[in-house]
Design a protein around this ligand. Sequence first.
Ligand code: GLA
Length: 383
Amino acid sequence: MNIEKVRTGFAEHFNGAAGAVYTSPGRINLIGEHTDYNGGFVFPGAIDKGMVAEIKLNGTDKVRAVALDLNETAEFGLNENDLPAQGWAKYIFGVCREIIKRGGKISGFDTAFSGDVPLGAGMSSSAALESVYAFALNDLFSLGIDKFELAKTGQATEHNYVGVMCGIMDQFASIFGKEGSLMLLDCRSLEHKYFPFSPAGYKLVLLDSAVKHELADSAYNKRRQSCERVAATIRQTHPEVAFLRDATMEMLNEVKGEVSEEDYMRAEYVIEEVQRVMDVCAALEKGDYETVGDRMYKTHHGMSKLYEVSCEELDFLNGIAKKCGVTGSRVMGGGFGGCIINLVKEELYDNFVKEAFRAYKDRFGHEPKLYDVVISDGARRLY
Ligand code: GLA
């Protein structure tokens, strides 16, 4: 974490002042992708990489913000028409606005932030940014907003100020994370359960394809629209189906002639993925990592062939994992580039990483990036 960088940077930009320092992490997700906005289950964990932000009230009605990693500054007011131009500043502005909409009384502040969540890797750097500010403002202004509402503040920021119609998984993980535990979250009821996760003899390894495809945001929103269309069609004969999470393959097949082929494929993926999360939970309780891994491969296949959010580079890495005997491997996060997450036996780790680097470079001309992650705590104050 870039704590020193933030403390020094804040002092440099704001006349040697010191404020309160907060952090909020990125996340991994073992399984349950594109299920959150379908009311389904997800299985994320917060990681030891995140955003660090220092904040101090400045007695004005303006926010003065510094993005230390970009060496950029922004200044904006807190009214709806004060939307700043810089992409990163929109997140901070959005969080402020969403807090105000929830009745939170806030005023101007100075802030500097820096992060070590790789951008575009599917590890939710944007949720980490939203969550660190939602958590910090709630704490600094003693607003008493509960943790779920803080997560929703970040999600609403994406919807209303960034234009990504995301689900709740990333912000939930960033706020609720717990060291050493993954979290099973029911995205409809928001019930959740912590699962201690330290699979003896295995490692979780992330390989970043280091590609980020254009138009990922609009493609994401299109996937969500497909799911909502199918759920609405099924609902005509099964009123209990509020989300695709409530649908079965039988129900989907009843409306096969009424939905487009593409929408059918998207829904098939989601219905199967919701079940796979359940399978993984049951398997984890028995320490059955072979089943966990099998479902991860199936998720990858579904994300690639039915949901169509993978890409050549990720499919290639997934193929290498299979060839090297890796237990489970799949594209992680929204897709369209970013990482694959691998569950690999310790004794196979070195060979897998070596082989993946060699083969990927041969094929694409550059190496993937490797991240070892530690499952860590969620948003908190550091100083
Ligand atoms: C992104 C979104 C999440 C979730 C994942 C896919 O990370 O922000 O809400 O939908 O994609 O599982």
